[in-house]
Design a protein around this ligand. Structure first.
Ligand code: CMP
Length: 138
C-alpha cells in the first residue's frame, strides 16, 4: 500500500477551528480520504504512537499536547502519498515552512504544528492500523 499516508489534524488546529480548511487543502492536493474520524488520544495512546521519540527532550510535552483534546485522524490515498503529503504540510517548524503549506497557514509552533504526516510507507501502514480497524478503511 505505498500509495497511502496517515495524518492527524492535531489538537491546536482542531481547537483553532481549522478542520474544514485543512481537509479542503488535502482535497485540493489530490488526496482521497480512505478513513476519517474525530477522536482523542489517551496519554497511553500518545506515548505508544510517539514511542520512537521517547528519548527526545520534547517527548513529555508532545505526549501531553497530543492527548490534550480532540484530533482528526485520517488515511489518505494518492500516488507518492507520503512524500507529496509532507510537501503539502511543510517543515515541522512553521517558521521554516514554505508559503501556502498547511503548517505555514495553520500551525502555532514547532510543537503545536497543526498536522502530522507519516515519514515512510512502512510507518503509514503502522499508523493507519494503530488508529483504524480494517472495517474503517475504505
Ligand atoms: P510530527 O512530525 O507529527 O511528529 C513528531 C512531533 O514532535 C513533531 O510533529 C512535532 O510536533 C514534535 N516536535 C518536533 N520537534 C520538536 C521540538 N523541538 N519541540 C517540541 N516538539 C517538537
Amino acid at each position: 500500500m505505498s500509495n497511502i499516508t496517515f495524518t492527524m489534524i492535531k489538537p491546536d488546529a482542531v481547537a483553532d477551528g481549522h478542520i474544514g480548511a485543512i481537509l479542503g487543502k488535502i482535497a485540493e492536493g489530490g488526496f482521497k480520504i480512505k478513513a476519517l474520524k474525530l477522536t482523542q488520544l489517551t496519554v497511553a495512546d500518545a506515548k505508544k504512537f510517539y514511542e520512537v521519540h521517547a528519548e527526545r527532550p520534547f517527548y513529555g510535552e508532545l505526549v501531553e499536547f497530543m492527548s490534550s483534546g480532540p484530533i482528526v485522524a485520517a488515511v489518505l490515498e494518492k500516488d507518492n502519498a507520503v512524500e507529496d503529503f509532507r510537501t503539502l504540510i511543510g517543515a515541522t517548524n512553521p517558521a521554516e515552512a514554505a508559503e501556502g503549506t498547511i503548517r505555514k497557514m495553520f500551525a502555532r509552533s514547532i510543537g503545536e504544528n497543526a498536522v502530522h504526516g507519516s515519514d515512510s510507507d512502512e510507518n503509514a501502514l503502522i499508523e493507519a492500523q494503530f488508529h483504524f480497524s480494517g472495517r474503517e478503511i475504505f
